[in-house]
Write a new protein. Sequence first.
Length: 215
Amino acid sequence: MSGKLDLIYRKLYSHFGPQHWWPADTPFEVIVGAILTQNTNWLNVEKAINNLRKHKLLEQRKLYRLSKKRLSTLIKPTGYFNIKAQRLKAFLNFLFKSYQGNIQKILLINTRDLRLQLLSINGIGPETADSILLYALKKPVFVVDAYTRRILLRHRLVKKNASYGEIQNLFMQNLKSNVKLFNEYHALLVRLGKEVCLKNKPKCDICPLNSKVKT
């Protein structure tokens, strides 16, 4: 399996090149984006992030003090904005209650315990928690999303009823535990899922996974 996963990575990297993901200026911005991107596309998240940046609110203490009503208005482009404002507030309450609002203190916690803490926050599920761990906190955790599941299923690497944990373990048990690798691999799968391995009418004839690795 490690050989198959390595081949997939090399083909995607050869075809698409480095993805430079996650696009953000600070770890906190990544966390905000990870929560806002639930059930929407990144263009909408960028609009919300830009709203926060324009009002000079893209900082944990400022958002912590901001009213939920005002926050909802600013993140409206992402949809489900009242729910997402509540989830952002839930994370901020956790951050200030447990770590005095200091993200650097979170980095001292081991990955397993920190993941459990994130999952205990209302509205943060496995994909969001792992996105925060990998992209914001630089912890070696592989993120699984709908694109990952779809691609692996179509290439018969997982079963249809495979759980999030089973798919995640497929990568984490067969690849070197490396933040940069996990980051790039997941970003490449997202790129493939968005542009080629579509939910409806996949473009299998131009899929880089069906071609030889460029040398």
